[in-house]
Ligand binder design. Structure first.
Ligand code: SER
Length: 597
């Protein structure tokens, strides 16, 4: 089975069970305060898991692009990936454990043909927040899973979420495929020996964790499930006996990248799996993130993209690639995913250009800045040092961008050691700071539905409308991020706006606020919405039925909400600054003054 067949089989199976199919949302979360990237299919659905009505109803299904970097150091083995695709189905306060687990079982056994004897499951063992999940265990028994293949595990294994520091979460039940070997005493799903492949997670989201750490019971418990496309295909290959040892890189959304890299490097994958996997995984992730509007930088999501590309370049150099190669793999990523995810084909040039620019920049650092670092190291040595402290190494890293391994190699040539642990501590502290500031910046974003954020959200619609009035219809939203304090709006536009243009935009938004326009919502098919002139940002999660928010005659957009009822509560709109975010994308930061009723 290939990825396309699996996606189709899954989505149509759940459609037949009354679920509506949603398109994948952007990898860069819209107005979500808690994470830099979309890390799971549930992510774009957070407001709906917390109770907001979804225009398509209470049963949803989709395949979602996801990016997680918490295991980035593990990439290089047979199973870890940063970018992956997640199939999911959701019950928004509709069905619960009984149906969810039975449908998962039937899909695996009847549709995918997994032998029931190869399944193992885990359920939540219970703790002070929630009781032992006997209900799920009971369902599994009734479905025929024998007692010795039902494992009760603690919170560390069987509690999912929230995705960031707060949000919906709950006990889960995970489904594993038993690869049969190696078998040893005490082996259970989750065991590091790799015998059990996790393929599906059914989360029973009955709780909301608040920012202060309390668990509130949700009025309507939800089901959130997630199946990793690459994992499932690998498990199926193993069951068929052709799984190449459970190597996820044999899946047809990764294999063409491996082959392209074999051609570019003249090396055989089988003889250098680690650098092949790192380069392929990281460039797939970077290309897809760039396709959704990210750009390499030193900040937040951009910093992750930069790191992914630079690590891929290091891996490529290990394979002997002296010439730039990243954009060639980027091209291949576009080929793989253009038929699957809208927006990828259109982002082709941007992906190729940004990958290439970043690779060139990094290679320049390696060839031009490495000698400078060497000079610094010599000075240190001449002053009598034998050790480069963690702070000094981190400083060099920050200034020149050299990876630690390279600094250490250069230092060694001069007879110096680097305090690598000290470096890691500085690095971790820096990461924590940057995460904290990201969290602070995003704090109370739209996910908390605070009034200030809601006002800001409506202001972002006015801003887009005003930009289009002033600059023309080529302006399209590329992303947005909102906190109670400010809004950030990214849009397609090739050049800097003049002061006069900015002022004009600001004045038009303020005129719309002063006119106290009514904000109204209607639910209609997407086609009708677009035909009526509503703007639809492709990064958002649309299904066939969408919510359309109109602000008088001034603005009309497809959007999940929420919004204010009338514009005068926005107060005064003020543009703080404009920035360039990448080729053809500009960013405006703005705020509201004196808002509120
Ligand atoms: N949110 C859960 C996960 O990511 C199920 O989709 O595993």
């Amino acid at each position: 089975m290939n990825a396309n067949e699996l996606r189709e089989a899954y989505l149509s199976y759940f459609e037949e069970l009354g679920h509506r199919r949603l398109p994948s949302a952007s990898l860069l979360p819209e107005n979500d305060p808690t994470v830099l990237f979309t890390t799971a299919g549930m992510h774009p659905l957070v407001p709906f898991l917390l109770g907001e009505a979804h225009p398509l109803g209470r049963r949803l299904t989709d395949v979602q692009k996801c990016l997680r970097t918490n295991d980035i150091e593990e990439v290089g083995d047979a199973s870890h990936l940063t970018f992956f695709e997640m199939l999911g189905n959701w019950s928004l306060g509709d069905y619960f454990k009984e149906e969810s687990l039975a449908w998962s079982y039937t899909f695996l056994v009847k549709v995918l043909g997994v032998p029931p004897g190869r399944l193992g499951v885990t359920v939540f063992a219970g703790d002070e927040t929630a009781a032992r999940d006997d209900a799920s265990a009971g369902v599994w028994r009734r479905l025929g899973i024998p007692e010795e293949r039902i494992f009760f595990l603690p919170r560390a294994d069987n509690w999912w979420g929230p995705a960031g520091h707060s949000g919906p979460c709950g006990p889960d039940s995970e489904i594993f495929v038993d690869t049969g070997a190696p078998d040893h005493p005490g082996c259970r799903p989750g065991c590091a020996c790799g015998r059990w492949l996790e393929v599906w997670n059914n989360v029973f989201m009955a709780y909301e964790k608040t920012a202060s750490g309390d668990y509130l019971r949700l009025a309507h418990p939800n089901v959130d499930t997630g199946m990793g496309v690459e994992r499932m295909l690998t498990a199926l290959a193993v069951l068929e006996g052709g799984g190449a040892g459970g190597d996820v890189f044999q899946v047809d959304t990764l294999r063409p990248l491996v082959e392209r890299l074999e051609r570019l490097s003249g090396r055989a994958y089988a003889r250098a799996t680690r650098p092949f996997r790192v380069a392929v995984d990281h460039l797939r992730a970077a290309a897809m993130a760039i396709g959704d509007g990210a750009a390499p930088s030193n900040l937040e999501a951009g910093y992750v993209v930069r790191r992914l590309i630079r690590r891929a370049v290091d891996a490529g150099r290990e394979l002997g690639l002296q010439e730039p190669f990243c954009s060639r793999l980027g091209e291949q990523v576009v080929e793989v995913f253009a038929p699957v995810y809208p927006g990828v084909a259109g982002a082709r040039e941007r992906i190729i250009t940004l990958l290439d620019e970043e690779e060139q920049r990094y290679r320049r650092i390696l060839t031009e800045d490495a000698p400078r670092v060497k000079k610094v190291i010599r000075t240190l040595r001449d002053s009598g040092a034998s050790l480069i402290s963690g702070e000094q190494a981190f400083d060099l890293y920050e200034t020149y961008g050299l990876p630690l391994s390279l600094t250490a190699a250069l230092a060694e040539e001069e007879g110096l050691r680097v305090d690598e642990e000290g470096f890691e501590r500085c690095y971790a502290a820096h990461q924590a700071l940057s995460r904290q500031s990201a969290e602070k910046k995003f704090k109370g974003g739209l996910a908390d539905h605070s009034e200030a954020s809601t006002r800001m959200h409506t202001a972002s619609h006015l801003l887009q409308a005003a930009l289009r009035q002033v600059l023309g219809p080529a302006v399209h939203q590329m992303g947005s991020n909102i906190t109670p304090e400010r809004l950030r709006f990214d849009f397609s536009w090739p050049e800097r706006l003049s002061e006069a243009q900015l002022q004009e935009v600001e004045e038009r938004v303020n005129a719309a606020i002063q006119a106290d326009l009514p904000v109204t919502m209607a639910i209609m098919p997407l086609e009708q919405a677009v035909a009526s002139g509503a703007l639809a940002f492709f990064g958002e999660k649309y299904g066939e039925q969408v919510k359309v928010y109109s602000i008088g005659q001034f603005s009309r957009e497809v959007c999940g909400g929420p919004h204010v009822d009338h514009t005068s509560v926005l107060g005064r709109f003020k543009i703080i600054k404009q920035e360039a975010v990448g080729k053809g994308v500009r960013r405006i930061r703005a705020m509201l003054e004196d808002g509120g009723d």
